[in-house]
Design a protein around this ligand. Structure first.
Ligand SMILES: CCCCCCC/C=C/C(=O)SCCNC(=O)CCNC(=O)[C@H](O)C(C)(C)COP(=O)(O)OP(=O)(O)OC[C@H]1O[C@@H](n2cnc3c(N)ncnc32)[C@H](O)[C@@H]1OP(=O)(O)O
Ligand code: FAD
Length: 666
């Protein structure tokens, strides 16, 4: 019997039809980003302090302390190496362990930057950047997360002392979930109902000190702790998601983040001339970063599954000779290659969203708020789409790796457990899709009033055509025409949105219609988000892309991405009359051909992610393909194998055996 050997991957790499080095640059975004990313990944991989292969075997306390040690080491190395902000953030990323630094840099600092006045930024940002204080972001409460307007915590202005009183009036008002809050943060941006002069003025952010900077004990009036162990071993349990109760805690007036709303010494509330949704700005920022991160998590899972599928052999041999690589099975390809294509699709849409966010930020600074609703819809919708697909994809990759995928040493169970809350945090994915739907229904009703749609809804301006068009695809090759593909996606999305808007108008109130039709609205929102991803991917592959064969590979992936969605949502494409059953069959035929084209390049396409073995953290996904020896070595390292005879033998195995022997003698 010939067993799989490490040569499998070398063979695979020799088959590549494109320049992998050039693809690495495309994946990274630029040569500069590639260089920084590569350097930081290697620094982490070569530092034993950042070891993570024992994480799933540690108890919660040990695990958490281990994370604290790593975070301290990150800060130390960043200082020693004089890393720039960009480099330090990559270093943290490759340490690959949820910890308080994520919230400090990812939410506390952005909240102050986005919501604080210049004066407040000058005061707090230097303290935060030097890490003289550690901050987190406390919005969610035990009783409310999605419904931000339902938050109960109050911030009541006391004009006598020029202070706010932060108070948790009920158990359900306890802040609950914020990362870094439970055990580490010294400060927090708390979202609370502003009350002044006996009147409520909406939800705003307030900086509150939680713990003493001398001995880390909670300050008076603060009850604080960790909310408990979460899903999975290791995984997100490295993070101290916390609760806090404020018992009339007093803070100076200038601790309210006052960029968009000021409270004067007398307690007058002065709203700036900006939309009230600006107070939700940190969420828009973070959702945009989550979209970028989705492609990392997805590509990591896909890298493991593709490499392992090239190593793994099952069946296909008559005489106990060499068996078939499971990557050669069409069913394996049809499950795996769309995920590979999605990883690239999300990478490009993530880059585009970064651009959109920078653009809207620039406009907001110039008091142009016109693109804010679109930025909200795009970040909310793409956050929802990419995280849902990625979470499902990680689980699919686990199944694609058969039994070994279920071992923690495959890296996939922990990756799933760490990733899946992305479908919930920063906005539950369904709640966010309903926000997109609200935007779409508004856009459709504005069309009727003769308003021209802009940005990602520009396609809706072609209303008459999109409502009537029939796809012209008459051969499998026609499905490789960008215009044919885009027309089908745009027509499906538009027809679903129009149907929703039309059906809503049949109800007594728009609110009643919206609530009753929310299932259809979610589908319309997904269809619109898919238009964005598909069109950005098509745009990308129409650009000049350097490197032998790189553009061709991306074109293949682009059409796999689009056509697998047509297959997945064929019900919608057919029921809206955008394509016929025959055209759906032609699209599938083309998809099968594309799988064949990507097959020889699959391993090289995941090599282009440039992941170190440390970052992958997987016996199955190793660069050298030495899967079986690694699985065996890792099994031997399991704490259960520390002794040959297990602890508990004397107490619990021997008596059972003796009892059985006694019984059998009777
Ligand atoms: C890098 C860091 C690592 C990450 C680690 C993870 C850490 C996790 C952190 C967290 O989870 S923090 C907590 C995040 N919480 C949420 O995301 C809550 C989700 N809920 C909401 O965002 C909102 O409450 C809501 C669902 C959007 C509803 O808002 P509201 O009650 O105000 O209702 P509506 O009536 O639906 O909307 C009014 C109006 O406002 C527009 N809008 C809503 N949100 C935004 C926004 N963010 N930006 C701009 N505009 C917004 C909405 O479209 C409506 O507009 P109109 O239709 O009236 O024009
Ligand atoms: C790992 C993790 C880290 C987190 N970190 C932070 C943090 O640092 N800071 C912070 O403030 N928060 C944090 N959160 C909290 C997070 O933001 C909330 O859990 C999230 O916003 C969802 O809110 P919820 O828990 O209230 O869910 P709910 O809104 O209670 O959702 C429950 C169910 O109801 C459905 N639902 C709710 N509303 C509607 C609706 N209008 N229409 C249809 N269906 C609806 C949802 O789809 C879901 O299925 C974190 C959460 C997790 C899991």
């Amino acid at each position: 019997m010939v067993v799989a050997s490490v040569d499998n991957l070398a063979d695979e790499r020799s088959k590549a039809q494109f320049d992998v080095g050039a693809m690495k640059i495309v994946w990274a975004g630029s040569k500069h980003v590639f260089d920084v990313t590569d350097r930081m990944a290697r620094i982490v991989a070569s530092d034993p302090e950042f070891r993570k292969d024992n994480r799933t075997t540690l108890g919660r306390k040990e695990l958490f302390k281990n994370t604290l040690r790593k975070m301290a080491h990150v800060v130390k190395r960043a200082n020693e190496l004089r890393l720039t902000e960009e480099e330090a953030s990559k270093l943290r990323f490759f340490v690959d362990e949820p910890g308080y630094l994520d919230l400090h840099w990812g939410m506390f600092v952005p909240a102050i930057k986005g919501q604080g006045t210049e004066e407040q930024q000058e005061k707090w940002l230097p303290l935060a950047s030097r890490m003289e204080i550690i901050g987190c972001y406390a919005q969610t409460e035990l009783g409310h997360g999605s419904n931000v307007q339902g938050l109960e915590t109050t911030a009541t202005f006391d004009p006598k002392t020029d202070e706010f009183i932060i108070h948790s009036p009920s158990l359900t008002s306890y802040k609950w979930w914020p990362g870094g809050l439970g055990k580490v943060s010294t400060h927090v941006v708390v979202y609370a109902r502003l009350v002044s002069g006996g009147q409520e003025h909406g939800i705003y952010g307030f900086i509150v000190q939680l713990r003493s900077l001398d001995d880390h004990t909670p300050l008076p009036g603060i009850i604080i702790g960790d909310i408990g162990t979460k899903f999975g071993s290791g995984a997100y349990n490295t993070m101290d998601n916390g609760f806090v109760c404020f018992n009339r805690v007093r803070i100076p007036r200038n601790h309210m983040l006052m960029r968009f709303c000021q409270v004067t010494r007398e307690g007058n509330v002065c709203l700036s001339d900006v939309p009230k949704q600006m107070v939700y700005g940190t969420m828009v920022y973070v959702r945009q970063t989550i979209v970028s991160d989705a492609s990392w998590a997805l590509s990591r899972a896909v890298c493991i599954a593709v490499r392992y599928s090239a190593i793994r052999r099952q069946f296909g041999s008559q005489d106990r000779g060499i068996e078939t690589q499971v990557l050669d099975y069409k069913t394996q390809q049809s499950r795996l290659f769309p995920l590979l294509a999605s990883a690239y699709a999300f990478r490009f849409v993530g880059e585009w969203l970064k651009w959109l966010y920078a653009d809207v930020t620039e406009r907001l600074q110039a008091n142009d708020f016109s693109t804010l609703p679109e930025a909200h819809a795009c970040t909310a919708g793409l956050k929802s789409l990419t995280t849902s697909v990625t979470a499902d994809a990680i689980e699919e990759c686990r199944k694609l790796c058969g039994g070994h995928g279920y071992l923690c040493s495959s890296g996939l169970p922990e990756l799933f457990a760490v990733y899946v809350p992305a479908c919930t945090y920063e906005g539950d994915n369904v709640v966010l899709l309903l926000q997109v739907a609200r935007f779409l229904v508004k856009t459709v009703s504005r069309l009727a009033a003769g308003k021209k749609p802009v940005g990602t809804t520009t396609y809706m301006g072609n209303a008459e055509h999109l409502m009537q068009c029939k796809s012209s695809a008459s051969s499998p090759e026609d499905w490789l025409k960008p215009s044919v593909v885009l027309e089908a996606f745009e027509a499906r999305a538009f027809r679903l949105a129009v149907a929703c808007a039309r059906d809503i108008s049949k109800f007594s109130t728009p609110e009643a219609g919206f609530a009753e039709l929310s299932i259809d609205l979610v589908e319309a929102a997904i269809a619109h988000c898919e238009v964005i991803v598909v069109s950005r991917f098509i745009e990308k592959v129409q650009q000049d892309i350097p490197g032998d064969g790189v553009k061709e590979q991306l074109q293949i992936l682009c059409f796999i991405y689009a056509l697998h969605l047509i297959h997945k949502h064929s019900g919608e494409f057919l029921s809206t009359g955008c394509i016929t059953p025959e055209q759906a069959t032609l699209a599938n035929e083309q998809l099968r051909t594309l799988y064949g084209q990507v097959r020889p390049n699959a391993v090289s396409l995941v090599d282009a992610f440039n992941y170190t073995d440390h970052y992958l953290g997987s016996a199955l996904g190793r660069y050298d393909g030495n899967v079986y020896a690694t699985l065996y070595a890792q099994a031997l390292r399991d704490p259960l194998n520390d002794t040959v005879v297990p602890d508990g033998y004397e107490e619990f195995i021997r008596p059972v055996l003796k009892q059985t022997m006694r019984l059998s003698r009777l």
